[in-house]
Design a protein around this ligand. Sequence first.
Ligand code: ACM
Length: 495
Amino acid sequence: MALPYLLTAALIATPVPVLSAEPAFDVIPAPVSAVATGADFHLDRTTVIQTRTPAVGSLLAADLREATGLTIPVTPSAAPAGRKISLKITGGLGDGYRIAVDRSAVEIKASTPEGLFDGTQTLLQLRDGRAIAGGTIADRPRFTYRGSHLDLARHFHAPDEVKKYIDEIRRLKINYLHLHLSDDQGWRIQIDGWPRLTEIGGAEGTGVDGVGGGFLTKAQYTDLVDYAAARFVTIVPEIDMPGHVNAAQVAYPELTCDGVAPPPRTDTAVGYSSLCISSETTYRFVEDVIRELAAITPGPYIHIGGDEAHATPPADYVRFQDRVIPLVAKYGKTAYGWNEIAQSTAAYSSVAQYWGTTNNNPVLAGAVAHGMRVVMSPANKAYLDMKYDRNTRLGLTWAGLIEVRTAYDWDPGTHLTGVPESSVLGVEAALWSETLRSIDDIEFMAFPRLAAIAELGWSPAATHDWESFRTRLAAYGPQWTARGVDFYRSPQVSW
Ligand code: ACM
């Protein structure tokens, strides 16, 4: 049942809608409301994109050219003979957008360039050949944060692979990409003050099982940040601490309490390493890293990890977070960490990423009562490195098997006791790379489940409907095929 299609029909411009309980279009994530009219628009050699937001217009033109072979000019003024696609900034639409398609014109309106871009991503899904389905759509996001996460530490993924992934996730209205840049095995981001982090921690052989290696120079990171930003994706860099630091300690033994370098590790054990909490060297290191990272990160968040610090005594863990979280604010950023950071009162003004497998976390709920905000990544729903079923060639099983329906059937707004929707910033799908080496591996685990998480992040809860989603997924499959995306053909979907 899709109640909002009825409720919001009155908001939509003429023609008078034919009300339907089914979504009018096969769009993922489901829009707030949509009405099909059958009056399709046909792209041809006379079509122009008219806009005063050329950055968005050019991206749309590039996508349409790839999909149809047509070169569609982007112009600020209407071409006399052309049948136009207009992209307009207007007031009053918040972070949403409107689309109207009829035989003579396509119009997308939004109040921000990002809203306009979101509208173009919907428009691309209305295309079949050179026809764009006629009708109207009114849409806006349920949550402001819709994230995807990649683990560059366990296996490095090169910038071009990450860019290809950004192209794909943005089509689903994912607007944050969290990069896990350090762990026990490797260190993947250049830090000028501590060069051995990448000289040693980014060397060949630092991937899991000794396969692969590499790191992002600051120039490569900046290029990636810019590429993402042009597509309205914000990069969230993560340096994991005080645990998951073996690679840093191999490079700099003074980060251990006894000053002795541990052996390099390329196995997948967790919870054995810790920074030395009582050492001032630790805080000089942490502050240098946060300062350098903040300087090249335009986005609002620095993710400081904080998970699985089993080798850090609990009181030391809190002492560490009490001191480190304010350092993030000192460099103008909001601290963001795995939900364990909620143990520190300093974390109340920061963001927790919930990765547990239960519906109850009293420490986190307590912090939320003091104002902490939460991104929902429950591992038994949103960890895309879990196998789909027992036969999945890649992935792990510790949080369970996650078929597409399992990833889809939960509600971020009610998932966790004591964490009301008003405290939920959004959702994020995590994709750890212990078993993943190539972009094909990433795509196979991410898709189609990332589409489920994207819909949970964007679409109103009232549109949530598994039968509708699986139908729309089946319609989306040929797009992935056409773009060479190696997705999992789940038996739950009639591809
Ligand atoms: C985690 O999966 N250790 C955050």
